[in-house]
Design a protein around this ligand. Structure first.
Ligand SMILES: Cc1cc2nc3c(=O)[nH]c(=O)nc-3n(C[C@H](O)[C@H](O)[C@H](O)COP(=O)(O)O)c2cc1C
Length: 388
């Protein structure tokens, strides 16, 4: 009699073998080295940097040079780039390789922000097939042995979908995996991600892993996405805001035995308070500035304590604390043995928003090619980028 082995859902992205098919979604202003380290302490997978604009990188902008740094505990190192000009993207990739800044590079084609799409950047770019192909091909070539991947949305709007063509082009160009946030730019973060698009992409792209993204709020959602769509891995963004331990749950649910480092989480308020404190301390280390780190943790307060018995006054005080000692004093006043509140702590968190008509350059949708005169406006798209 043969015994069926439990599937081990590891994921290979080029030469990188991950113990769990899980990727931390790049999030501007969030997935700095502090947050990536924290998530990694609980789980397994790939933890991608926040988006770096290629122009700022090749110009060696101070903030950008800080953002591409990794802690020595971070391996494999992963950087997401955003660029609209093939030559600049190529130069940025070459620089990362030559100076050994990363083990993996992802390219972002998913930003829905009107001031970016209005200039033809972000999720508007794959509409222009030749430009998209040039960027991806030159980036893959420049990356050499480093795996280069892309992340994109379904398209501009329901009438202008780009993901299947873009997926084929990227596969042909030699990318190591393709991630799809299953919304159009016009949907922004509203409604529900359309996981059936992930199924279609998986049927279309057959030689490299397809990763699904959108609306994974729990490990159960991740299992369901993989089962329903057949995707090879999941990319998790907002679901881990204020819940870095979700990566432990994900590794236990999807990874190889032993992929998660900690015990299953019993998220009492004390447990959450310790994670919050650790996050604050890692931010202080990242910014090399206690005040700056304590200011940056403020945006995470509501996410960490969602559903927990933490009063408005205490939340407000946490959002004004400027030293770790003040944070410690405030956390010590909490009912630390309060149990996990269940439903109240679950579900959607982070950006939501309503659908918007996509802002595009004049005549953008008239053809799938781009005229030379569009080049300058497009380059401006890089200056106004704020994430995906
Ligand atoms: C605050 C924030 C910043 C983001 N920044 C980026 C980014 O820099 N690059 C990117 O490709 N996507 C970015 N995204 C999109 C996420 O990577 C992800 O595709 C999206 O949130 C959907 O996944 P989710 O439902 O798991 O959150 C951002 C999302 C949020 C909420």
């Amino acid at each position: 009699m043969t015994t069926a082995l439990a599937p081990t859902r590891s994921l290979r992205i080029g030469p990188i073998e991950l113990d769990a098919p899980v990727v931390l979604a790049p999030m501007a202003g969030i997935t700095n080295t502090a947050f990536r380290r924290l998530c990694r302490e609980y789980g397994a997978g790939l933890y991608v940097s926040e988006m770096i604009t290629t122009r700022a990188l090749v110009e060696r902008n101070d903030t950008t040079m800080r953002l591409i740094r990794h802690h020595e505990s971070e391996t494999p190192r992963s950087i997401q780039l955003y660029g609209v000009d093939p030559a600049t993207v190529e130069a940025a990739v070459r620089m990362i390789v030559a100076e050994d800044h990363a083990d993996h590079i992802d390219l972002n084609f998913g930003c829905p922000v009107p001031k970016v799409t209005r200039r033809g950047g972000g999720a508007a770019l794959p509409w222009k097939l030749t430009l998209f192909r040039q960027i991806v091909e030159r980036a893959v070539r420049a990356a050499g042995d480093l795996p280069l991947t892309i992340k994109m949305r379904k398209g501009i709007d329901a009438d202008h979908l780009t993901y299947l063509e873009a997926g084929r082009i990227a596969e042909g160009a030699g990318v190591a995996s393709i991630a799809l946030h299953a919304r159009t730019a016009s949907e922004f973060y509203s409604g529900h991600a359309d996981w059936s698009a992930i199924t279609k992409l998986k049927e279309t792209v057959t030689s490299v892993p397809v990763l699904g993204n959108g609306d994974i709020w729990s490990a159960g959602d991740a299992v369901r996405m993989m089962d329903e769509t057949g995707c090879d891995g999941v990319v998790v963004g907002r679901g881990c805001l204020g819940r870095p331990w979700l990566f432990g749950d994900l590794a236990r649910a999807l990874g190889r035995p032993g992929a998660a480092t900690g015990e299953p989480v019993d998220a009492t308020l004390g447990f959450v308070a310790r994670a919050f404190r650790r996050h604050a301390e890692l931010l202080v280390e990242f910014f090399e500035d206690e005040g700056r780190g304590c200011r940056d943790i403020r945006k995470h307060v509501a996410w960490y304590f969602k559903g927990y018995p933490v009063g408005g006054e205490l939340r407000a005080s946490l959002a004004t604390a400027s030293t770790l000692a003040e944070i410690d004093d405030l956390l010590a006043t909490m009912e630390l043995d309060a149990p996990y509140p269940g439903e109240a702590a679950e579900g959607q968190r982070g950006r939501a928003g309503s659908p918007k008509r996509p802002a595009l350059p004049d005549g953008w949708l008239d053809s799938r090619e781009i005229g030379d005169d569009a080049g300058r406006a497009l380059a401006d798209a890089e200056l106004h980028h704020s994430g995906g």
